[in-house]
Design a protein around this ligand. Structure first.
Ligand code: PLP
Length: 336
């Protein structure tokens, strides 16, 4: 992502090779492109934000970082903190995908598994950070994660020949990628790096097991309400009350986009469909985007001629336990 260093802070990066991920044309839908963020270090787009946040933390001489996470941000922080020689204190739900636990252990992070959701993790970090001497690296409470994520907007425009697509589908938890991409569009226009044209409709995709932004959008509200009993196997979407909800809702409306929720059954069906017909093992969050595309085509909100980018925000192989459970899959006994 450092190919865009001219629009990033001018400091020596802590890098593991994040960004410039493939933009894969669909084999079945001529105007659909899948942005494969599973190709990042730690297999998710969270690498971009944490690469920049840890870069700046090292630049400022911070020694202990703490993060509340749905799982993948914790893994990314653990990796970049290890690379930078900084302590990572991570707080994540006790039932995160197993890969998130294992990666945190392997990278040597200080792990706190919480009987609750990311919102509970955020509260605990806020309560303890002063006494413990941690810098809180929660999304939108420091400025750099969103700067790292904005590189997704630069990349998608560059990879489409410096042109906007008609729509961008973004699996939304805290919404930082969506906010970062929208910021990148303003910058691209100011720099004259994008051919003049209409900005894409931004589509925030959630699971019906946790859809605070979709509900607020539908109700015409400017902020979301805490989603009770959030539950979905798309673990990254289990954010019951995103901190940046009002910014997201404004962007969705300004872009002529929409926020919508699909069920875990639809997500799983789309995940299997893309694996079998495209050879791509999506994360459940990415499969929420592909399922939503099918839905918005069926409703006529989008047409098949519309050029769209669907974000697969993580690699499916990080989710073998939760995906197997959703499929009711168990390893069979050997046959001989
Ligand atoms: C794979 C994946 N997709 C999407 C999201 C949601 O990202 P954001 O919080 O930027 O909306 C997450 C967050 O944990 C995630 O891990």
């Amino acid at each position: 992502m450092w190919r865009y260093s001219s629009v990033l802070p001018d400091v020596k990066p802590v890098t593991l090779g994040e960004g410039w991920t493939p933009m894969l044309p669909s084999r079945r839908f001529p105007n659909v492109f899948l942005k494969e963020e599973g190709a990042n270090p730690t297999s998710t787009f969270k690498a971009r934000g944490l690469a920049l946040a840890v870069t700046m933390a090292r630049h400022y001489g911070l020694k202990k970082l703490a993060v509340p996470s749905a799982g993948n941000a914790a893994g990314a922080l653990a990796a970049y903190a290890a690379a930078a020689g900084i302590e990572a204190h991570i707080f994540m739900p006790k039932d995160v995908p197993f890969a998130n636990y294992v990666e945190a252990v392997v990278y040597g992070a200080k792990i706190n598994l919480i009987d609750g959701l990311i919102s509970d993790c955020g509260r605990i970090v806020a309560e303890r950070k002063e006494k413990e001497g941690w810098f809180d690296i929660s999304t939108l409470k420091e400025p750099f994660r969103v700067e790292g994520k904005k590189t997704m907007g630069y990349e998608l425009v560059e990879q489409l020949g410096w042109e906007y697509p008609d729509a961008v589908f973004y699996p939304t938890g805290g919404g930082v990628g969506l906010i970062g991409m929208w910021k990148s569009f303003s910058e691209l226009e100011e720099l004259g790096w994008v051919r003049p044209g209409k900005r894409p409709r931004m589509i925030a995709v959630q699971s019906s097991g946790c859809a605070p932004v979709a509900r607020a959008f539908e109700q015409g509200a400017n902020v979301s309400q805490m989603w009770q009993n959030a539950a979905t196997f798309a673990a990254g979407l289990r954010v019951p009350k995103p901190y940046g909800d009002s910014i997201m809702l404004e962007i969705l409306r300004e872009s002529g986009g929409v926020a919508l929720a699909v069920s875990d059954e639809q997500i799983l069906a789309s995940l299997v469909d893309w694996a079998r017909h495209e050879g791509i093992f999506l994360s459940p969050e990415g499969a929420a985007a592909t399922a939503s595309y099918d839905h918005l085509l069926a409703t006529g909100f989008l047409k098949s001629e519309d050029r769209v980018v669907l974000f697969n925000t993580g690699g499916g192989l990080k989710y073998t336990d939760v995906t197997a459970e959703a499929m009711g899959l168990q390893r069979p006994a050997p046959q001989a």
